[in-house]
Design a protein around this ligand. Sequence first.
Ligand code: IMP
Ligand code: MG
Length: 198
Amino acid sequence: MKSDIESVLISQKELNRIIARLAAEIERDYSAPDKRLVLVSILKGSVMFAAALMTALKIPAEIEFMRVSSYGAGTVSSGNVRILLDFYRPDISELDLLIVEDIIDSGHTLSSLTKLLNERGARSVRSCTLLDKPERREVPFEPDYTGTVIPDKFVVGFGLDYNEKYRNLPFIGVLKPEVYSAPERPSMSIMKGNPTTK
Ligand code: IMP
Ligand code: MG
């Protein structure tokens, strides 16, 4: 598996530092006694990150999971996300939701989900992403908490996959272009619309 990696972009040690810093920022914002923090982990990519973030938090935190598949601009109207797995809480108006994502790319997933959860009446909706590729944005969206900005390269590891592989690498690495065999890099048009790759 490691031989498919061109370079390590973020080491395990660096990931731990990033997650500790994010947890401190989140604690600062959610420590008031009237807050009720619920992490909404977006499956499958954010599982490792959400678990690590949750254990790094020293304030009460609950967790829920959603699985979505977004369509790239061009296929369906932009900002459209299909919910494949949802969560249910009897009174969402008491909850301060924090969407936890592995990576923000086009921005469709996070902007649509933020809108949806606000429409459902959550008390607050914020988002936290481990990685951000701002160069790829198709809709304007700024997450409230960002682990680190990365260049426009296809990365895997620590939850992120290519064809369901490499999620269990303990670091973030750049995949060797020859691994995706196709003439071009894996584009979001391949990733999108295929729920198994989310
Ligand atoms: P977007 O911001 O709506 O384009 O969606 C981001 C989603 O695209 C993430 O949750 C990932 O599943 C996927 N994604 C984007 N860039 C990468 C990458 O470099 N590696 C693996 N998955 C990616
Ligand atoms: Mg994915």
